[in-house]
Ligand binder design. Structure first.
Ligand code: GDP
Length: 451
C-alpha cells in the first residue's frame, strides 16, 4: 500500500534527522522532495500544490515544541496535513432512521463494486445487520452470478432479475431501475434492514451509464452512494471521480485494490478534489480483505509510523473468547501445553488474516518490506498438516516422537523431515515459555480477551 510514496517520504525525513535547527533552505529542500514524491505517486497537481504550501508555511512559522526536534516537527506537520487530504475524520455508514438503509455502489467496470458488495454484506452481518444484495448490473455478463457467489459467501440473499441465470455467458435482461425498485420492495417485505445495490459500470465514463445510476438512486432514494475506485488507475482517478460526483453526487468513496503495488496517489486525491470522505479500503479478493478507512491511521502507515490501533482491532475481532478462557483454565489447572494447544493458537492467529498484512501494520514495517515479502503464508497450513498427521498420543506427549515417527509424520503431511524437526523445536520453546508464564502466575492474554 503506497509503498514507493512511503519510501520516498521516510527517506526525506531521514535527511532531517539529527539537525539541530532547520534553515529556510532545509525546509525548501524538504518541501521539494515531498512535492516530487507526491507527484511521482500520481497525487493530483492542485492537491500537491496546496499541500506543500501548507506544510511550508507551518514549518517556517515558528511552530516550536519543546518535545520534538525540528525533524520530528516536520514529520508531525506532514502527518497532520496528510490526514487532511485523506479526508480528516473517519466516516462510517449512516443508517436510515426508517429501515431499510439503501446503499448503492457506483463506479467504472472492474473497479471492484461486485466484490465490495459481498465484503460489505459480510461486515454488516458481523455487526448484526441483515443485508440483502440487489443485482442491477445487467450489462456485464456474469455480474449477477458473481454477486450471487459473493452473497452466498457472505451469507446474504441476493435479489436478481433472473434467479436462475446459470450460463456464464448469459446476460440477464431487464430494466435496472425496475430491478432496484423490486429489490427494495422485496427487502422491505422480508424485513432486511440494509439493501446493497450493485450497479453497472462501463470502461469509461459515459452519459447513459451515469443517467442509469442517477435514476436508480432517485427511484429508490438511496441513503448512501459509494463510489468505488481502483487505486491503480493513476491520474484518471480525479477526472473519473469528478464525473461521478456530478453524475450521482456520491456520499462516500471506497478505494479498492490498495493491496496492489500501485502508486495509489491519484486515489489519495479523490477526497480532496471531491470533498467526499474515503470510507473504506479494499485490500484483496477475499471477503475479509476490507477495512474502514481511517485517514489518521493511513497517514501513519504512509509515514511508517505503524498502525497499531488497526492491528489491535483485528486481533479483537477474531480472538475467540471461549478458546482463550479454556486456555486460561488449563493454565490455572497446571495442565501441560500440548501440540493440540499449539495448533489451536496457530489457527487463532490464522483467523486474524494474512500475517503479511498484520505485520505490515507494525511501526517500521515499511523499512523491512523485503523480509515481509518473503514471509511464507503457507507455513501455518503446513504446521496444521504436520500436527494433524500425528496420533493423539504423540500430540499429548511429543517426547515420544522419535526418528521413525518423524519420518512418518513428514510423509503424512507432505513436508520434509527437517520441517517436522523445526516444528518440534519451536513447540518445545513455546512450551517452556508457557511453563514460565504459568509459574509466574500470569496468563498470556490477547487484547480484548479479558477472561
Ligand atoms: P466491478 O466490475 O466493479 O463489479 O468489479 P469486480 O468486483 O468484478 O472486480 C474486478 C476484479 O478485481 C475482480 O477480478 C476482483 O476479484 C478484483 N478485485 C476487486 N477488489 C479487489 C481488491 O481490493 N484487491 C484485488 N487485488 N483485487 C480486487
Amino acid at each position: 500500500m503506497f509503498n514507493s510514496l512511503s519510501d520516498r517520504l521516510t527517506a526525506t525525513f531521514k535527511n532531517l534527522k539529527g539537525k539541530g535547527r532547520l534553515s529556510e533552505a532545509d525546509i525548501d529542500g524538504t518541501a521539494r522532495e515531498i512535492r516530487r514524491a507526491l507527484l511521482d505517486a500520481d497525487v493530483a497537481v492542485p492537491v500537491v500544490r496546496e499541500f506543500i504550501a501548507k506544510v511550508k508555511a507551518r514549518a517556517l512559522g515558528a511552530e516550536v515544541s519543546e518535545a520534538l526536534n525540528p525533524g520530528q516537527q516536520v514529520v508531525k506537520i506532514v502527518n497532520e496535513e496528510l490526514v487532511g487530504i485523506l479526508g480528516g475524520e473517519t466516516r462510517e455508514l449512516r443508517f436510515a432512521k426508517q429501515p431499510p438503509t439503501i446503499i448503492m455502489l457506483a463506479g467504472l467496470q472492474g473497479a471492484g463494486k461486485t466484490t465490495l458488495a459481498g465484503k460489505l454484506a459480510h461486515r454488516l452481518k458481523s455487526q448484526g445487520h441483515t443485508p440483502m444484495l440487489v443485482a442491477c448490473d445487467l450489462q456485464r455478463p456474469n455480474a449477477v452470478n458473481q454477486l450471487q457467489v459473493g452473497g452466498q459467501k457472505a451469507g446474504a440473499p441476493v435479489f436478481a432479475p433472473h434467479p436462475g441465470v446459470s450460463s456464464e455467458a448469459e446476460t440477464p435482461t431487464g430494466d435496472p431501475v425496475q430491478v432496484a425498485r423490486d429489490g427494495v420492495a422485496e427487502a422491505q417485505s422480508k424485513l432486511h434492514d440494509v439493501v446493497i445495490i450493485d450497479t453497472a459500470g462501463r470502461l469509461g465514463v459515459d452519459q447513459e451509464l451515469m443517467d442509469q445510476a442517477a435514476n436508480i438512486k432517485s427511484a429508490v432514494g438511496a441513503h448512501e452512494v459509494l463510489f468505488v475506485i481502483d487505486a491503480m488507475i493513476g491520474q484518471d482517478a480525479v477526472a473519473t471521480a469528478q464525473a461521478f460526483d456530478e453524475g450521482v453526487d456520491f456520499t462516500g468513496v471506497v478505494l479498492s485494490k490498495l493491496d496492489g503495488d500501485a502508486r495509489g496517489g491519484a486515489a489519495l486525491s479523490v477526497a480532496s478534489v471531491t470533498g467526499k470522505p474515503v470510507m473504506y479500503a479494499s485490500t484483496g479478493e477475499g471477503l475479509k480483505d476490507f477495512e474502514v478507512f481511517h485517514p489518521d491511521r493511513m497517514a501513519r502507515r504512509i509515514l511508517d509510523m505503524g498502525d497499531v490501533l488497526s492491528l489491535i482491532e483485528q486481533a479483537e475481532a477474531s480472538w475467540d473468547q471461549a478458546e482463550a478462557a479454556k486456555m486460561a483454565q488449563k493454565f490455572a489447572d497446571q495442565e501441560d501445553f500440548t501440540l493440540d494447544d499449539f495448533l489451536n493458537q496457530m489457527q487463532q492467529l490464522k483467523k486474524m488474516g494474512s500475517m503479511k498484512k498484520l505485520l505490515g501494520m507494525m511501526p517500521g514495517a515499511q523499512g523491512m518490506r523485503e523480509q515481509l515479502e518473503q514471509f511464507d503464508e503457507s507455513s501455518i497450513g503446513r504446521i496444521e498438516a504436520m500436527i494433524q498427521s500425528m496420533t493423539q498420543h504423540e500430540r499429548l506427549a511429543p517426547k515420544i516422537i522419535n526418528g521413525s515417527r518423524r519420518a512418518r509424520i513428514a510423509r503424512g503431511s507432505g513436508v520434509h523431515v527437517s520441517e517436522v524437526n523445526q516444528l518440534l523445536e519451536r513447540f518445545g520453546q513455546a512450551q517452556k515459555m508457557m511453563k514460565k508464564m504459568a509459574s509466574g502466575g500470569g496468563v498470556p492474554q490477547m487484547p480484548g480477551g479479558g477472561g
